[in-house]
Design a protein around this ligand. Sequence first.
Ligand SMILES: [Zn+2]
Length: 231
Amino acid sequence: MSNYQALKERVYEANMELDKRGLVVYTFGNVSEIDRNCGVFAIKPSGVPYEDLKPDDIVVLDLDCNIVEGTMRPSSDTRTHAHLYKHFENVGGITHTHSTYATAWAQAKAAIPCLGTTHADFVYGDIPCTAVMTDSQIDRDYEEETGVQITDCFTERSPDETPMVIVAGHAPFTWGKDAAKSVYHAVILEQLAKMAYVTKGITPTLQPLKQAISDKHYFRKHGANAYYGQK
Ligand SMILES: [Zn+2]
């Protein structure tokens, strides 16, 4: 019996949810969750199709990416996840997909502007797009540097208020308090990316939503004075 059975089951379920929600094809995508008390995180193994994935295949690693439990190779994006766990202290789960609309914005190297209240309900401000990776970054540890690309993008904004990012030329990463919440944000991001794309198609020069409405929607759901939903 594993010491991390519950963690592995949660990560398995979260990875399967990505497939169920139509955010991934073949082996694309990966979800992880950290147990901060134990100093380990669990992640999908590399290159395993979702229909073959089992909870026992989930790999458990420490934050230096040494395997603590598991016989399979972890996701090739593991070092990106570890970097984010080290730098975003409130993050408990991380999701990476190549979902179509969010990836299209990433390929266009464009932040997703806040054009309406659907967006403002979930994210404060635009959904940022990282800088393009430099040649020297590509020559170093590529997956670690993908994490650096992301944390560099959050020097002046909070990952707690913006639980998602698009990596220029690549695809999105999202996060949350656990693996399930990071998948939820991946689903929301894809919807916001699609809505923004369609809206820009109608009015290409459209400016972002008025700040006061954007603030109203964000802060009625988040923070000390939130009043949306049930207590
Ligand atoms: Zn990727």
